[in-house]
Design a protein around this ligand. Structure first.
Ligand code: SAJ
Length: 425
């Protein structure tokens, strides 16, 4: 960590979400003046009150101190700054095309306040070429300034792509410790962006160009998606063959060059289930494996739903009851363990489908939420793990939260079980 770098007296972060706010707070904690900008007035007011509107361990304290010390403030209108970081979402349109509208709006919002010698960094996950596109949008609005695509190393404005690679839940630590890929439109742009991140970075700044950095981010998440798809496909094959997939993976991973990830109910969240589509949409002819991995992972929740249906049928056949007398308990709703994050959660998708299908009771155990999402209100009841174990006939393990791993085998010995995470084998 270095001291205050006067070249970056004021840093502005556009987009105060899961990446933008932690990044803004960490710059401010290094005693740089940081002005966060967001279109959401509630987020802006919350931050200015020294509080946070998103859940991330350790973030609240850093924001509180930074606001109290006067280094961090938020606003809805862009202001003049030495460096701008754009950290807004890049959602998918209906046909799996990246939607650049938030990046475009953010870019155009800073154009009027952009001054000579400023640095603009795009952090949002983006298709290849997005950084150049940002520079072109800015150039169209500010003909009085020169940009890297026009003036190369001599450009008035430096532009770079610097993706984050932090794990939700460990953001405050990983932002500082992870290596950072810095992709400038020119070497001078990379050097300037690297100086900016060195304000807090303990990992290495690895410099490259913007297209490489854009592709690197997409590659990292696609690699993981393909590896998870391999594990998910194995889980289907093993179920067919009567082989324990978790034991199989443990054995195969003893090979020094094999490292298979874990099967589950599907892939959720806002990153791994989304980013591979950016590669597919730009390279439809060649991205065969990446597209197939998406299809395999997206199909997994449907396979799990069918497993539950078959298990209920088995329960009915053996217990001579009516289907409406069978109680199902779903363990976990979030998209991954030990979080309250429900974004694109396969566990939620499965529970919703079961609640539409099943005429009996559905219990939900989710220790990280206080109430059920709206579409589960009608048919499901949020209960504790012990209530679910007492009342349910069929247990569906969807998310391997700490609490569920501690359940003793004797407590689940007399249930019908569908275990998508291999914790109750
Ligand atoms: N999952 C499995 N099996 C596994 C690992 C994960 O089914 O073996 C599932 C999870 O249950 C979850 C989904 O994949 O539904 C994604 O979870 P994750 O924990 O692997 O990743 P994210 O989405 O929380 O964060 C990813 C990370 N990328 C990589 O690990 C390559 C993170 O470093 C990125 O910063 C983040 O995406 C992002 O913002 O792009």
């Amino acid at each position: 960590m270095t001291g205050v770098n006067q070249k970056f007296a004021t840093i502005s972060v556009i987009g105060l979400g899961h990446i933008g706010l932690p990044t803004a707070a960490i710059f401010a904690s290094r005693k740089h003046k940081v002005i966060g900008v967001d279109i959401d007035k509630h987020a802006v007011d919350t931050i200015n009150a020294g509080k946070i509107h998103i859940a991330e361990p350790g973030l609240g304290t850093v924001v509180k101190v930074a606001v109290e010390d006067g280094f961090l403030s938020a606003t809805t209108e862009p202001v003049e700054a030495d460096a701008y970081l754009i950290a807004v979402p890049t959602p998918l349109e209906k046909r799996h095309q990246p939607d650049m509208v938030y990046i475009r709006n953010a870019t155009e919002s800073i154009a009027p306040v952009l001054r000579h010698n400023a640095l603009v960094v795009l952090e949002s996950t983006s298709p290849v070429g997005a950084t150049q596109q940002v520079a072109e949008w800015l150039a169209a609005l500010r003909p009085d300034l020169s940009f890297p695509q026009q003036a190369g190393e001599q450009a008035d404005i430096k532009v770079a792509y610097c993706p984050e690679r932090v794990m939700p839940g460990q953001v405050m630590e990983e932002l500082i410790k992870n290596d950072r890929v810095i992709g400038g439109m020119t070497p001078a742009c990379s050097a300037r962006a690297s100086e900016l991140y060195k304000i807090f970075l303990e990992g290495n700044c690895v410099m490259t160009n913007s297209r490489m950095a854009e592709m690197c981010k997409l590659t990292e998440n696609s690699f993981r998606d393909v590896n998870i798809a391999f594990a998910n496909e194995l889980s289907l094959i093993c179920a067919e063959q009567g082989i324990d997939v978790w034991q199989l993976i443990r054995l195969a991973n003893r090979h020094p060059r094999v490292s298979i990830l874990q099967p589950g109910p599907g892939v959720g969240g806002h990153c791994i289930a989304v980013d591979p589509w950016f590669i597919v949409s730009q390279n439809p002819q060649y991205a065969q494996l990446i597209r197939t991995a998406r299809a395999v992972n997206d199909a997994k929740p449907h396979w799990v739903i069918n497993q539950v249906k078959a298990t209920v049928a088995d329960c009915l056949a053996k217990s001579h009851r009516r289907v409406s007398d069978v109680t199902i308990a779903c363990f976990g709703l979030t998209f991954k363990p030990n979080t309250d994050d429900l974004r694109q959660s396969p566990a939620l998708e499965i529970t919703e489908a079961l609640s539409d299908w099943h005429s009996g009771k559905i219990l939900v155990v989710e220790p990280n939420v206080n109430q059920l999402p709206k579409n589960l209100f009608k048919h499901c009841v949020l209960v504790s793990a012990s209530d679910a174990l007492q009342q349910a006939d069929v247990l569906v393990m969807l998310v391997d939260h700490h609490e569920f791993k501690c359940i003793h085998p004797a407590q689940i010995a007399h249930h019908w079980i569908v275990d998508t995470k291999g914790v109750w084998r």
